[in-house]
Design a protein around this ligand. Structure first.
Ligand code: ATP
Length: 228
């Protein structure tokens, strides 16, 4: 499998404060990679670097392009779809408008998104602000899919949702994986991540301290680095 995303020796800074120290990771085509670590260890910062929202040094190659040489507005267009922390829908717009605003040509269109999340199909004309938290999260994922991303990044997509809704979102993520979607995913549930990830990377204080398959993620490791 060829690498879609290859990150090496990534250093990131908030002003003069360094947040990432030489992080490396890669995502092959069709793979799901879990980025793990306790709060504040650098997961969202890593994602911000990939989206070119934060200054960094090191190498970020995506589909053969060196992203560090590409301005942020073009980086998104190269095919990274982000589901950011915090469920940011365009609240005044309808569900349909939220989806259409993001659309780029490819296999993902409104009907395919509605196939994945039927609840959105029942609410296409409602404004996004009237949706439940779970439905808003489905909309944010749907919107990212409408960009037909080569890589989908999910940052805490199930955070703060009721267990039954969380389960629906995990089922959808499994469908995406089965469909061949390349995914980089951050989530608090080690159990769920282990069922979907081909590879896991653990961050500890801005450093990648462990890489391996979910089968190799022992209780000792999860106790030490993830506090579970
Ligand atoms: P969480 O699960 O809490 O989101 P995380 O692993 O995503 O954790 P980051 O948000 O990437 O962690 O934070 C990594 C480090 O960078 C932390 O020490 C954090 O305090 C710091 N940091 C994050 N955002 C900023 C910011 N805007 N300005 C300064 N420091 C920041």
């Amino acid at each position: 499998m060829s690498a879609l995303l290859e990150v090496s020796d990534l250093n990131a800074f908030y002003g003069s404060s360094q947040a990432l120290f030489g992080v490396s990771l890669s995502v092959a085509e069709g793979q799901a990679v879990a980025l793990m670590g306790r709060n504040g260890m650098g997961k969202t910062t890593t994602i911000a670097c990939l989206m070119r929202m934060l200054p960094s040094t090191g190498v970020i190659r995506f589909g053969g392009t060196d992203l560090t040489r590409v301005p942020s507005h073009r980086a998104a267009r190269l095919g990274i779809g982000l589901v950011p922390e915090g469920r940011r829908v365009f609240a005044p717009l309808s569900v349909r408008e939220n989806l259409v605003a993001a659309a780029k040509s490819g296999p993902w269109d409104q009907s395919k998104v509605v196939g994945l999340f039927p609840r959105l199909g029942e609410r296409l004309n409602q404004s996004a602000r009237t949706l439940s938290g779970g439905e808003q999260q489905m909309l944010v994922i749907g919107r990212a899919l409408m960009t037909n991303p080569r890589l989908l990044i999910l940052d805490e997509a199930t955070e703060g949702l009721a267990p039954v809704v969380r389960q629906e979102i995990w089922q959808a993520i499994h469908c995406l994986k089965d469909d061949g979607q390349s995914i980089l995913i951050v989530d608090k549930s080690v159990r769920e991540l282990s069922t979907i990830a081909d590879q896991c990377v653990i961050l500890e204080r801005g450093r990648d301290v462990w890489h391996g398959g979910p089968d190799a993620l022992t209780n000792d490791l999860t106790n030490k680095y993830l506090g579970v």
